[in-house]
Write a protein of this length. Structure first.
Length: 288
């Protein structure tokens, strides 16, 4: 007997029609368990469809989206072991459609083959540059899901409009949850009345609304659209990375007695020549 539950989350997700579908939400809201069944169904009904499921790393995929994909396939009686390429993390259906999984810490995959559909799981852990490389190689639908712990590029660069829409999901949209899990989540609602930590937790993980980063050193900061003209350039800091950690470069300014930081590079998989190229290109905006 199948353990798969057709939840309210799936029903709501099915109603999304635009190219870019943003799905922020709380914990246990059924985001992944809602998007993947729709993509499986689409692949089965549309021959030769190419779909990519992407996350920040392969271990993250194995713990999350890939594990959920395999469970959904088993629970719905669709899994055929011989159709799965374990090395490529790729499942090919009998009609020639496939769903593959790879991570954004594999630079060659970002600039590789094109696809029809894209699912970026927990995209707040993925860089804007990685999103751009993948999105320009995706012909049709792009799914983005995340827990809204803080603002990031999906909020700043992808405003709802002609081809972008947003759906917020919460644990109340997921009827597959056990009563015990629901009770654990709802304990935070009571704690939120007397605790800033739990108020933020409930806002993000209970209500699926944007909160603030947990455990940050500085919380009295704001985002500028551009570096103020009067800001004085102090210097830059850089940390090299490649596969596990990103290469970072930060410009530092002083403005009206305040510090202003401009994140110019934050990306994995960069060669020295690419870092130098980015520094020359982006450095034009630096004020001295």
């Amino acid at each position: 007997m199948s353990d798969f539950v057709y939840t309210t989350a799936i029903k709501k997700l099915r109603n999304l029609k635009k190219r870019i579908r943003k799905v922020p939400g709380g914990t246990s809201a059924g985001k992944t368990y809602g998007i993947l069944p729709l993509e499986i169904d689409y692949a089965i009904k549309n021959p030769l469809t190419e779909t990519s499921g992407v996350s920040e790393s392969v271990p993250h995929l194995r713990r999350g989206a890939l594990k959920d994909f395999q469970k959904i396939m088993w629970d719905t009686g669709r899994w055929i072991q011989s159709n799965y390429n374990k090395s490529l993390l790729k499942y090919t259906f009998s009609n020639g459609s496939y769903i593959e999984f790879f991570s954004t810490d594999q630079p060659d995959r970002l600039r590789g083959a094109r696809r029809h559909r894209l699912y970026m799981n927990e995209c707040n852990n993925i860089t804007w540059e990685a999103y751009m490389q993948l999105s320009i190689r995706t012909r049709d639908v792009i799914w983005l899901d995340w827990n809204p712990t803080h603002g990031f590029w999906a909020d700043e660069e992808l405003e709802d409009g002609e081809d972008i829409e947003t759906l917020i999901l919460t644990y109340l949209d997921n009827e597959a949850l056990s009563e015990n899990i629901v009770k654990e989540i709802e304990k935070a609602k009571l704690k939120a009345e007397t605790s800033d930590y739990w108020a933020n937790w409930w806002k993000v993980y209970g209500l699926g609304e944007q909160g603030s980063l947990e455990g940050v050193v500085f919380n009295n900061w704001q985002i500028f659209d551009h570096i103020p003209r009067e800001a004085r350039y102090i210097g830059s800091g850089m940390d090299f990375g490649y596969s596990n950690d990103p290469t970072t470069m930060i410009d530092v300014y002083q403005y009206n007695g305040q510090w202003v930081f401009d994140e110019r590079i934050y990306q994995k998989g960069l060669l020295n020549s690419e870092i130098a190229s980015k520094d020359k290109t982006d450095g034009k905006s630096r004020r001295i």
